[in-house]
Design a binder for this molecule. Structure first.
Ligand code: BV8
Length: 248
C-alpha cells in the first residue's frame, strides 16, 4: 500500500482541481450499514431497492415512511467518522475542491464540508408528493405518512428513489466538474448505481483526470482507477491528508 499512497500523494500535490465523490462506504465507520449489506434487524427481510421507490411508497406509504423514520433516528444518533473529517479538511488545501455524494445522511455537512453536491437528496428533508415542494412542517396529526398542510398530499422524504431522475442542478454540476477536474478521489462506492457511477468515467475520458479509489474491496470503479487504495476511508483518508499537509 505504501507505493499506492505515494502515487496518490504525487498526483494530488500536482493537482489544482480536486473532486471527491463518495458513496455509502464512507459512512460505514459511523455505523450506518451500506446498501450492499443486508438491512439490519427490523428491515432484514426487505430490499432497499424495493423500499426506495415511488411504487414501494405508493403500495405501502406507512411502511416506507416508518423505514425512513427508523433510518433518520439512526442517522441522528451517529457521528461523522475520521474519513468525513479528512474530506472536510481537504476543501482548504486545494486550489479548487468539490465534494459530490450519493449519500443522504448529512454526515459530510456535520463534519464541516461546505457546498456538498447531494446527488440523491437528503434524508432530513421532506417534500409534498403532489406539489413536489420542500415542506418544513405539516399539521400535527397521527396520520402516517403525514399530509401537506397545503393540498393534503402525502409527505415523502426529499431523496431520489430508484427509477426517479436525479435533481437537474446537482447532476449537471456533477457532470461539469467531473469533466473539468485534474483528479477524482472515489471513496466508498460499489460503482453500481447510475448515473453517479459514471462520474469517474467522465472524469477519465473528458478531463483525462487521474482516478484514485478508496475502498476495502474491489468495485466496478477499480478497473478505471489509476491508484487503488485498498483500505477503509476512515483509515486511509486521514493518512492521505496528513501527508498532503506536508506537501503544501
Ligand atoms: C435513474 C436514495 C432514470 C434513497 C439512492 C431498472 C429500473 C429502474 C432503474 C434502473 C434499472 N436499472 C438501472 C437503473 C438505474 C438505477 C440504478 O442504477 N440501479 C442499480 C441498482 C442497477 N438508477 C436509478 O434509478 C437512478 N435514477 O436512473 O433515473 C430517469 C431519468 C430521467 C427520468 C426518470 C428516470 C436513481 C438512483 C438513486 C437511488 N437512490 N439513495 C435511499 O437511500 O433511501 S441510491 C443508494 O444506493 C444510496 O444513495 C447509496 O449511496 C447507493 C448505493 O450505492 P453505494 O453508495 O455505492 O453503496 P453500496 O452499498 O453499493 O457500496 C458501498 C461500497 O462501500 C462498497 O463498495 C464497499 O466495499 C465500500 N465500503 C464498505 N465499507 C467501507 C467502504 N468503503 C470505504 N470505507 C469503508 N469503511
Amino acid at each position: 500500500m505504501k507505493k499506492e499512497l505515494e502515487q496518490a500523494i504525487t498526483i494530488l500535490s500536482n493537482s489544482r482541481k480536486v473532486v471527491v465523490s463518495t458513496g455509502a462506504g464512507v459512512s460505514r465507520e459511523s455505523g450506518i450499514p451500506t446498501f450492499r449489506e443486508t438491512q439490519k434487524g427490523l428491515w432484514a427481510n426487505f430490499d432497499p431497492e424495493e423500499l426506495a421507490t415511488l411504487e414501494g411508497f405508493l403500495k405501502n406509504p406507512a411502511m416506507v415512511w416508518n423505514w425512513y423514520q427508523d433510518r433518520i433516528k439512526q442517522i441522528k444518533e451517529v457521528k461523522p467518522n475520521p474519513g468525513h473529517y479528512a474530506i472536510a479538511e481537504m476543501q482548504d488545501i486545494f486550489e479548487e475542491f468539490y465534494l459530490i455524494t450519493q449519500n443522504i445522511d448529512n454526515l459530510h455537512q456535520k463534519a464541516g464540508s461546505k457546498n456538498v453536491c447531494e446527488l440523491h437528496g437528503n434524508i432530513l428533508q421532506f417534500k409534498c408528493l403532489e406539489e413536489n415542494t420542500i415542506v418544513e412542517n405539516w399539521p400535527d396529526t397521527d396520520q402516517v405518512p403525514p399530509r401537506c398542510g397545503n393540498c393534503n398530499g402525502m409527505i415523502r422524504p426529499n431523496v431520489v428513489w430508484f427509477g426517479e431522475a436525479l435533481p437537474e442542478k446537482e447532476l449537471s454540476f456533477a457532470f461539469h466538474i467531473a469533466a473539468n477536474c485534474d483528479v477524482m478521489i472515489v471513496a466508498g462506492t460499489s460503482g453500481l448505481v447510475q448515473p453517479a457511477a459514471s462520474l469517474p468515467l467522465i472524469a477519465k475520458r473528458s478531463s483525462n483526470a487521474s482516478i484514485i479509489e478508496v475502498n476495502p474491496q474491489k468495485s466496478a470503479i477499480t478497473p478505471v482507477a489509476d491508484v487503488f487504495l485498498q483500505s477503509t476511508s476512515g483509515n486511509i483518508l486521514p493518512e492521505l491528508l496528513e501527508k498532503l499537509k506536508h506537501k503544501f
